[in-house]
Ligand binder design. Sequence first.
Ligand code: AMP
Length: 279
Amino acid sequence: MRVCDTIAGLREARRPLRGPLGFVPTMGALHEGHASLVRRARQECASVAVSIFVNPTQFGPHEDFARYPRTPDVDLRLLESLGVDVVIIPDADEMYPAGHVARVTMSGYPARGLEAAARPGHFNGVATVVAKLFAIVAAQRAYFGQKDAQQLAVVRRMVTDLDIDVEVVGCPTVREPDGLAMSSRNRYLSPDERRSATVLYRGLCRAREAWHDGERSPGALRRAIVGELLLERVVRPEYAAIVHPDTFRIYRGRVDGPALAAVAARVGTTRLIDNASLD
Ligand code: AMP
């Protein structure tokens, strides 16, 4: 496995790799969710590239950029064991050298509402770094988790709108045995908060049950989620919404198309998101 900290180094390491090349962008602090993307890429592609980069431009000024977990040694050992060919782990100056001004701007759905409303500028930061990584790695396929469903929709939209020649592959959310979606941020949780955090998944399950019982009112489906969240003292709901999985438009009347239930909540001071398809 070649580990590169420069763009030039990555380009050189990439050149002899057999195609198709699969690419998994990450912010590190890797867990089984990330590993599932790498395994899928390994199955479907002749070569696999992974990036580890905690992208400052997708964090708001009061968010957790400085304390975001960084575990590069453990991450690299995991990637090696998964048979990854090349890793790029650049620092911020390599990705954003002095004088850089170009940005990707997402000016409408799916980069509107929910995460976009809660984290202004977040998806412009995501779109910019993903576009740069696509240009650097030049992979045929890129693997993203359904865990960050709005991000996946934003990346798909960007790839379509900018005519980027990469196939975006969405992969299922990997969960802990008790249902909590795996996330690098779960390690912020105290033992009590960790127990309460399963309520996001339980809320989504309530919405799914209601859906299977024929409920099509987005208000009632939302209430099924929020009602569950409110059972946990340390959990403060931020949003619960029933959206179209591609456009992320919120259903207001009857749900009459493909539907995704999306939820965000603070568990103590940690902000967690999760989602589930209702179809
Ligand atoms: P991150 O390191 O959090 O930026 O995530 C990198 C990639 O891993 C993104 O495409 C995420 O959606 C994906 N990912 C994160 N958590 C999970 C999970 N629990 N299951 C599947 N994919 C995940």
